[in-house]
Design a protein around this ligand. Sequence first.
Ligand code: TYC
Length: 112
Amino acid sequence: MRTQPIIATGNSDDDSDGSVVVDVRPKTQKPPLYKVLLLNDDYTPMEFVVHILERFFGMTHAQSFEIMLTVHKKGVAVVGVFSHEIAETKVGQVMDFARRHQHPLQCTMEKE
Ligand code: TYC
């Protein structure tokens, strides 16, 4: 990205010729994205994790089963990438649902 101002007219930016500095660069930044991570544990039933992935992340049964197995084998997996607000909501939904069913399942988020 250019760091110097863009000069609309003339060759200097000291305004001695009456020129006006006009910055045409868009100032908007892409919002940061957050990975939602699911962590393995020894107690949460596999079917419960599959259900969570279907219910809160819109995955098919086959996708859910695959991701659940990845977490089970590797310890952690990214289950989605979202804006900060959506990621927070998903983490809250998973943690609430797991707690209500008395499973120790952990779900966290981290900046991409
Ligand atoms: N390891 C768990 C079991 O053997 C299954 C499991 C998978 C738990 C994924 C958590 O995020 C998880 N019952």
